[in-house]
Design a protein around this ligand. Structure first.
Ligand code: NAD
Length: 488
């Protein structure tokens, strides 16, 4: 391929789209800057328009029949090859994603990027293992068949872009669909690197495409294209609504993994040290984690003790360059996002909420915000009810289990919840009453890729994960054959 490359701290990265197996530029570009040092421009990235959206959907449409006809075994070989290449390149991808969105380089290297490889391997294998459901009823033999659905648009947010994109693209490709991926404009580079590996793995042109650019421009053109047969989105509820309208207009199945405002319940029988340590983890990545338990709900009887331990655990955070091994707290992604987080805290202060600690930016220049805990004046406070997506937690007390559950379920969100208790019975009782797609007890972020994943309320529409995802990306046919039908 003859193409433009930019040097991103020693790694050559394409700032262009990847459409129909080759790099394609745009007339316009947008600036991509590093949150580690906002004066550092990483790249001028191609700014896609309706034209590039059309090229990408056309390529995905043309490649679809061939990819669908390959079957799960042959597709799985491509996906496995891609997974091996990701594993080979973990360090490079982790380095660029760290510069681009400021997640800690060590966690990118040790966990997050390799999860991308696992996504491809896991879905290749699950697709191979699928056995059509067969049963007899009403005098017929029933068989459920899965067919590839068609070209699929995947739209992803700026936090953990590589992992979140592969989480959706892997099942779509394994199911036999072709894909157009649009990563977020604030962290576009790691998905571009993925396309180099797609090329190296020898994917047929048009099977897996990336277009770069703004949501309202190229993103809107993609989700409104009537040739698209699936839309999978991760991002904010506001954008989810807009994309959902486009999906409704074209009657296209749509899943959305949206924002969170997870409760973090600490019961009086909990290991308080472990609970406080884990609560301080909610500040990791600058709190820019949809699944974080950002509403601390603590039993009256252990409230003061827990707060003291939380303060100590939070004090151990080290704000700094996300590339350094001793840094534990990264900056926020963008000056606009920092202003948004600051705005939430300032309005909380003005409305009478108590800032227990933090509540301002780091002393240094830059996009770091201090770990912040706020005791709201009421459960209706904005900081309790709206996702902040920064290192800001609220802290409230409860007297008994019923009150804990009522507070946990008192927002419009329902993505995740965390419970700390030493009682198995309570874990199951409360876990079953909390309204969330995923509930972790005495742990956080542990994931089995075959489990259903998604949100309740404004946290999402539909489920992905394991066979739930493969079913979503497939057209299901029920074949009913009258019993006694003979070979003829
Ligand atoms: P966002 O909704 O602003 O943008 C997400 C993506 O949508 C971007 O690629 C953007 O360009 C695109 N987009 C915007 N407008 C569009 C339009 N009209 N048509 C098509 N595409 C459009 O979200 P964000 O700020 O990038 O990400 C943060 C949000 O994502 C938070 O709410 C967070 O909780 C959520 N999130 C959810 C999960 C999950 O698994 N549930 C995971 C990560 C992030």
């Amino acid at each position: 391929m003859s193409e433009l490359r930019v040097d991103v701290d020693g790694v050559a990265v394409s700032p262009e789209h990847f459409i129909d197996g080759r790099r394609v530029g745009s007339a316009d570009t947008f600036e991509d800057r590093s949150p580690l040092d906002w004066s550092w421009k990483l790249a001028d990235v191609a700014r896609g328009t309706a034209h590039e959206a059309d090229l990408a959907v056309s390529a995905a449409g043309a490649a679809f029949p061939g990819w669908a006809a390959l079957g799960v075994e042959a597709r799985g070989e491509y996906l496995d090859r891609l997974a091996d290449l990701i594993d080979r390149d973990i360090e490079r991808i982790a380095h660029v994603e760290c510069l681009d969105m400021a997640m800690l380089e060590e966690s990118l290297r040790l966990r997050v990027i390799s999860r991308g490889a696992r996504n491809f391997r896991a879905y290749a294998q699950l697709a191979r293992e699928y056995r059509a459901r067969r049963w007899s009823s009403n005098g017929t033999d029933n068989v459920v068949l899965r067919h590839p659905a068609g070209p699929t648009v995947v739209i992803t947010p700026w936090n953990a872009p590589f992992m979140l994109s592969t989480w959706k693209c892997a099942p779509a490709l394994a199911a036999g669909n072709t894909v157009v991926l649009k990563p977020a404009e604030w962290s576009p580079l790691s998905c571009s690197m993925l396309m180099d590996l797609v090329d190296e793995a020898g994917f047929p042109p048009g099977v897996f495409n990336v277009v770069q650019g703004f949501g309202e421009e190229v993103g809107a053109a993609l989700v409104n294209d009537p040739r698209i047969r699936r839309i999978s989105f991760t991002g904010s509820p506001e954008t989810g609504r807009i994309i959902g309208e486009a999906a409704a207009r074209n009657l296209v199945p749509f899943t959305a993994e949206l924002g969170g405002k997870g409760p973090f319940l600490v019961f009086d029988d909990a290991d308080l040290d472990a609970a406080a340590q884990k609560a301080a983890v909610m500040f990791d990545d600058g709190g820019q984690v949809c699944l974080a338990g950002t509403r601390l709900l603590v039993h009256d009887g252990v409230f003061d003790e827990f707060v003291a331990k939380l303060r100590a655990a939070s004090d151990r955070h080290v704000m700094g360059d996300s590339r350094a091994a001793d840094t534990t707290l990264s900056p926020l992604i963008h000056p606009e996002h920092l202003a948004r987080v600051r705005g939430f805290v300032e309005r909380a202060r003005e409305s009478g909420d108590v800032i227990l600690f933090g509540g301002h930016e780091a002393d240094d220049e830059g996009l770091w915000y201090r770990p912040t805990v706020i005791e709201p004046h009421s459960n209706d406070a904005e900081v309790v009810q709206r996702e902040i997506f920064g290192p800001v937690l609220t802290l409230q007390r409860f007297g008994d289990e019923d009150e804990a559950v009522a507070l946990a379920n008192s927002t419009q969100y329902g993505l995740s919840a965390i419970i700390y208790t030493s009682s198995q019975e309570r874990a199951e009782r409360v876990g079953a009453r909390v309204r969330a797609g995923t509930v972790w007890v005495n742990c956080f972020l542990v994931r089995d890729l075959t489990a259903p994943f998604g949100g309740i309320g404004i946290s999402g529409v539909g489920r992905e994960g394991g066979d739930y995802a493969l079913d979503f990306y497939s057209d299901l046919t029920t074949l009913q054959i009258k019993e006694g039908t003979t070979h003829g």
